[in-house]
Design a protein around this ligand. Structure first.
Ligand SMILES: [Zn+2]
Length: 247
């Protein structure tokens, strides 16, 4: 992963303002993974994209992170922290994603396809909101064959087949959904909070960018340096000057 300089990160941040989360994630990864094309990145499975975003988060801001959740039982605000390396560790063996895993159920051979964010966005355009899980499952199944190698209709899948498909997709794309186990300190209620790295990381970058621009403003006003000069400094040196200005 290409280490992004402050100037590069600011450029990506500016280009992603007022864009949707998927577009912001795409721009970040395009900058951080210059060896990949836009088409490569769009073909990433859901968990694969998030795996790389978590690695990028580690590189940019370190591995510790904290967040706030509200207990669904008693509404207590709970502050928690975690290590992002523990979250993305599952991805090391899974990615690059296996494009077309094949599973064998009792009656059928089923060829699968872990979905990408582009697939999900295409499905979200569909007018029928009620059939989402069914549509996702359908979109993940490329082919179903019987022992004679004839094509079998999706409707023929039993509940057991469907469960086998869901399990195989989870194994192929383990970071497609990242849940964090939480326990409420007030009422002991346990639940899982969904961790969405794309919006989490973008919020951090947004806060960082505003802080950085404010710092540039202070240093430029005090010393007459250009934005380029200031961004070329290491963050440590920039901070020392900022501390001097604040005194
Ligand atoms: Zn509680």
């Amino acid at each position: 992963m290409h280490p992004l300089s402050s100037a590069e990160l600011l450029t990506v941040w500016e280009s992603g303002l007022n864009q949707g989360t998927d577009q912001q994630a795409l721009r970040l990864l395009l900058a951080a993974m210059p060896e990949k094309t836009e088409a490569d990145l769009k073909a990433f499975s859901i968990g694969e994209r998030d795996y790389h975003l978590m690695r990028l988060r580690h590189q940019l801001f370190g591995s510790r992170f904290d967040s706030v959740s509200q207990c669904p039982n008693c509404k207590e605000q709970l502050q928690w922290d975690s290590d992002i390396r523990e979250l993305y560790a599952l991805g090391r063996e899974a990615y690059p994603v296996q494009r077309n895993p094949i599973i064998q159920t009792e009656r059928w051979t089923i060829r699968l396809r872990p979905l990408s964010h582009s697939d999900i966005n295409a499905l979200l355009q569909e007018p029928d909101e009620t059939a989402k899980p069914e549509q996702l499952l359908r979109a993940s199944v490329l082919a179903i064959k019987n022992q004679e190698d004839d094509t079998v209709a999706f409707e023929q899948l039993s509940k057991t087949d469907r469960n086998a498909i869901v399990n195989a997709l989870q194994a192929a794309d383990p970071l497609a959904r990242v849940d964090i186990d939480l326990t409420c300190p007030a009422c002991d209620h346990r639940w899982q909070a969904l961790f969405d790295i794309a919006s989490f990381l973008w919020a951090e970058i947004n806060a960082w960018a505003l802080r950085t621009l404010h710092g540039i403003h202070l240093l430029a006003s005090n010393y007459g340096w250009t934005e380029q000069d200031i961004l070329a400094m290491t963050p440590t040196r920039r901070q020392i000057y900022l501390d001097m200005v604040a005194r």
